[in-house]
Design a protein around this ligand. Structure first.
Ligand code: PLP
Length: 397
């Protein structure tokens, strides 16, 4: 089938809950993807940071293939031999005593909310049903009914009520507003250390430290949603490391699955994780051996090849080059590591279209910001070629 035919068929049978760019990807290797007509592109979005290792990383593919031939699913009715290895590796990497595996990022966020609510009710003594969680404006934590209940994006919410209670929204980056929102029923704050979907917004320096101090002072759990920022994307293993801050609960997903499987988890110490008892939470596929195999291999590569260092160095190089562009429509270029946002004063879609036409895949977020987040193992040669295209497209503007 041609790209045109594939897009027609997709639109005919699929719900229109996405509007993908008009590119069909049929093959991917590292940073390079190919369409049915044989055109090649640099993937500078990486499935919103799920492809930190690039497309079809040979070692991760190999670990998946090996596992595919042995055992793929047991459910949690029985033990499997890989889950304990996954637990041990993630626990050591993130320095938390316990792990709870799920599949998608949204499920992990839901899991963290459940943990915090139970912790509040069973351990802190907040009356059940009154627990509150403080969240930030312009957050993005996923798409379930509970999660969109705390969203401030009208498109995510409209028509989906009744919404889940128990959330208070405060401006992102404002620790004083957060403190003012705390009541005796507050059990947790839920924060993205950098807001990716909102347009790659980093909070003011010191914010995460202030949130940590506030949580300690008021006996509140600090939940960090590192689904998009975790596993080296921002130049540190976790984005909270930038301020040397340790949240109580990490929410993880995307890159944990090595670009192959949906793998997510929360990580926390036992004093929190023990609120979960048999039957109180779970997932048929969470912690399945195939997922564990790719996650174990991904974490091994992450550390062995120093992905945080790679993201830091290449991010600086990329940023320096982007800042050389002279274009009146660009009003800000920001980011950390290889998570970079280019904010425009106008609609970004025509620029994105021109980039794609020239061979660079990227996508706008919230109309005016183009997010660049290439695979962390992009080579300098590939990065240079992509930069050349980006400069050519923007220097015309
Ligand atoms: N949290 C953050 C910060 C995200 O960026 C995303 C997805 O983009 C999610 C949660 C939801 O993850 P998923 O799409 O796997 O449910």
């Amino acid at each position: 089938m041609t790209s045109y035919e594939i897009i027609q068929k997709t639109n005919k049978y699929g719900a229109a809950n996405y509007s993908p760019k008009e590119v069909v990807i049929t093959e991917g290797k590292g940073t390079i993807v190919t369409d049915p007509e044989g055109n090649k592109y640099f993937d500078m979005l990486s499935a919103y940071s799920a492809l930190n290792f690039g497309h079809c990383h040979p070692e991760i593919v190999e670990s998946a293939k090996n596992q595919l031939e042995k055992l793929t699913l047991t459910s949690r009715a029985f033990h499997n031999a890989l889950l304990c290895e996954f637990y041990e590796k993630l626990s050591a990497l993130i320095k938390k005593e316990k792990i709870l595996p799920m599949n998608t990022g949204a499920e992990a966020v839901e899991t963290a909310i459940k943990a915090a609510r139970r912790y509040g009710a069973l351990i802190k003594g907040v009356e059940e049903g009154k627990q509150e969680i403080i969240v930030c404006e312009n957050n993005f934590h996923g798409r379930t009914v509970t999660i969109i209940s705390m969203s401030t994006d009208p498109d995510s919410r409209k028509g989906y009520g009744p919404y889940t209670d128990g959330f208070k929204v405060v401006p992102y980056g404002d620790a004083i507003a957060m403190e003012n929102a705390v009541t005796e029923n507050t059990v947790a704050v839920l924060v993205e250390p950098i807001q990716g979907e909102a347009g790659v917004i980093a909070p003011p320096d010191g914010y995460l430290k202030k949130v940590r101090a506030l949580c300690d002072r008021r006996d509140i759990l600090f939940i960090a949603d590192e689904v998009q920022t975790g596993f080296a994307r921002t130049g540190n293993m976790f984005a909270c490391d930038y301020e040397n801050v340790t949240p109580d609960i990490y929410v993880l997903g995307k890159a944990l699955g090595g670009g192959i499987m949906p793998v997510s988890a929360i990580a926390a110490d036992d004093k929190i994780m023990r609120v979960f008892t048999p039957g109180s939470h779970g997932s048929t596929f969470g912690g399945n051996p195939l997922a564990c195999a790719v996650a174990i291999k991904s974490m091994e590569i992450l550390v062995r090849d120093d992905y945080p260092g790679m993201a830091r160095e290449k991010g600086e190089y990329f940023m320096k080059n982007l800042k050389e562009i002279s274009n009146k429509d660009i009003i800000d270029i920001r980011g950390r590591g290889l998570l970079i946002g280019v904010e425009l004063s106008c609609d970004a879609a025509p620029y994105v279209k021109a980039l794609i036409h020239a061979g660079v895949l990227a996508k706008e977020t919230h109309e005016r910001t183009i997010r660049f987040a290439p695979p962390i193992n992009i080579t300098y040669e590939e990065l240079d070629s992509a930069i050349k295209i980006i400069k050519r497209v923007f220097n015309k503007g």
